[in-house]
Design a protein around this ligand. Structure first.
Ligand SMILES: Cc1cc2nc3c(=O)[nH]c(=O)nc-3n(C[C@H](O)[C@H](O)[C@H](O)COP(=O)(O)O)c2cc1C
Length: 351
C-alpha cells in the first residue's frame, strides 16, 4: 500500500481558532467532542499500535477488522485481533461480513466480551479475507445494507457505528443514500473515507461529498482520508463540518500526529515535536510490545514494518532503516534502537 505524503499543502490554511467547535456527542460511555480516531487498518492497528496511538493523543481507536464468521476466529491472526488491554481497547471492534445474522451474532459475542462499540466495515474491500463481496462492496446493495445494519443494531445494547466510502463507484456515488439508511437503522456515528470503492486509494479524498453527507443526516459524521497534518485537519473540519476526524496512514511512523492535531485545533499553535530521545524511547517501547504480542519471529517482522515507517519521518532515517532491516531478533533490534538517538545527536552536532 502506498504511503501518502505528509507535507502540509499551503492551500489548506484555515485559522483553527475561527472554527466553531463541533457539538459534543455520546458514544456509549464516552462523551466526545471533535474526536480524533485511529482508523482500522489490517496489519497495522493491532493492540501494540493502538496503545501507542492512545498514549500519543488518539481519542479512540478502531481495531483491525474481524470477520463475522466465528469459524474463522480460531486462526492465530484473528485470535490476536481479539486481544484487548485497558490501554488499547479495542474500544471499537470492527466486524466485516455479508450475512445479516452472522454479523448480528458476531456483534453479540463481541459485546459480551467487552466491546464498547461495534463498527461495521463498509469502508474497505474485504473480499480477499471473506472470499465474497463484503466491506465497501456492500454499498452496491442498499437493501442488504439495511438488513445488516438493522440486524446488528437490534442484536446489541452497545452503540453500533458504520464506516463507509462515498459510494460504490464514481458513477454511482450513493454514499448519501447509505448514510440515510444508516441513520434510519439507528447507527450512532458514521465515518466516511472520502473515496469510492472503485477509487481505492487513488486521487484526492473528496471532502465535498463528505460535507454533503454530513449535512444530509443528523448523526455524528467523522471525516477520513488523506489527513496528514494539523493544517489539513483544520481545513477538513472547516470544509466538511464533520464532528471529528479519523487518521490512518499518516499515523504510521508518526503516531504523535494525534497530539499535533489536537494542539493545533485547540490552541491554534503547533505542538512541541518529540525529541530524538523521545522517539528513540517510543520506538523501543513499541518494538518491545510487538515482540511480546507476536512472539520472537513475527514480532521482528512487524517491528521492521514500523521502523520503516518511523524512519521516514526522521532525519538520517534511511541509515536507521537499512541497519534495522538486518537485525533479526529482539535483542539486536532493541540494542540498535537504544544507541540510535546518541548516534543521531552526535551526527547533528557534527553537521
Ligand atoms: C493497510 C490498511 C489497512 C486497512 N484496513 C482497514 C480495515 O480493516 N477496515 C476498514 O474499514 N478500513 C481499512 N482501511 C482503510 C482505512 O481505515 C482508512 O479509511 C483509509 O486508509 C483512508 O484514511 P487515511 O488516508 O487516513 O489512511 C485500511 C487502510 C490501510 C492503508
Amino acid at each position: 500500500m502506498k504511503t501518502i505524503s505528509q507535507t502540509p499543502l499551503p492551500d489548506y490554511k484555515v485559522n483553527p481558532l475561527s472554527l466553531a467547535p463541533p457539538p459534543s456527542f455520546k458514544l456509549g460511555q464516552h462523551t466526545l467532542q471533535c474526536p480524533i480516531l485511529l482508523a482500522p487498518m489490517v496489519g497495522v492497528s493491532d493492540l501494540p499500535f493502538r496503545e501507542v496511538c492512545i498514549q500519543q493523543g488518539a481519542t479512540l481507536t478502531v481495531a483491525e477488522m474481524l470477520p463475522a464468521d466465528t469459524a474463522m476466529w480460531k486462526t492465530e491472526k484473528n485470535r490476536l485481533r481479539m486481544k484487548r488491554s485497558s490501554a488499547g481497547g479495542p474500544e471499537i471492534v470492527q466486524i466485516a461480513g455479508f450475512d445479516p445474522q452472522m454479523m448480528a451474532e458476531a456483534a453479540r459475542i463481541n459485546a459480551d466480551m467487552g466491546a464498547e462499540v461495534i463498527d461495521i466495515n463498509m469502508g474497505c474491500p474485504a473480499k480477499k479475507v471473506l472470499k465474497k463481496a463484503a466491506g465497501s462492496a456492500l454499498m452496491r446493495d442498499p437493501d442488504l445494507v439495511q438488513q445488516i445494519l438493522s440486524a446488528v443494531v437490534n442484536a446489541v445494547d452497545i452503540p453500533v457505528t458504520l464506516k463507509m466510502r462515498t459510494g460504490w463507484c464514481r458513477a454511482e456515488k450513493n454514499g448519501m443514500e447509505i448514510a440515510r439508511i444508516a441513520e434510519d437503522c439507528g447507527i450512532r456515528m458514521l465515518s466516511v473515507h472520502g473515496r469510492t470503492r472503485e477509487c481505492r486509494f487513488l486521487g484526492d479524498a473528496e471532502y465535498d461529498t463528505i460535507a454533503e453527507i454530513k449535512h444530509s443526516i443528523s448523526i455524528p459524521v467523522i471525516a477520513n482520508g488523506d489527513i496528514t497534518s494539523p493544517e489539513k485537519a483544520a481545513w477538513v473540519l472547516y470544509h466538511t463540518g464533520a464532528d471529528g476526524l479519523m487518521i490512518g496512514r499518516a499515523a504510521q511512523g508518526r503516531p504523535w500526529i494525534f497530539r499535533e492535531i489536537r494542539q493545533y485545533l485547540q490552541h491554534g499553535e503547533h505542538a512541541v515535536l518529540p525529541t530524538a530521545l523521545d522517539i528513540s524511547h517510543l520506538m523501543q517501547d513499541h518494538i518491545r510490545a510487538l515482540h511480546a504480542f507476536y512472539g520472537e519471529s513475527c514480532g521482528a517482522l512487524f517491528a521492521r514494518k514500523h521502523i520503516d515507517w518511523y524512519s521516514k519521518a526522521l532525519p538520517g532515517g534511511d541509515d536507521l532503516k537499512t541497519r534495522f532491516m538486518m537485525e533479526e531478533n529482539m535483542a539486536s533490534q532493541q540494542a540498535l534502537l537504544e544507541n540510535w538517538h546518541t548516534e543521531y545527536l552526535t551526527k547533528l552536532a557534527v553537521a
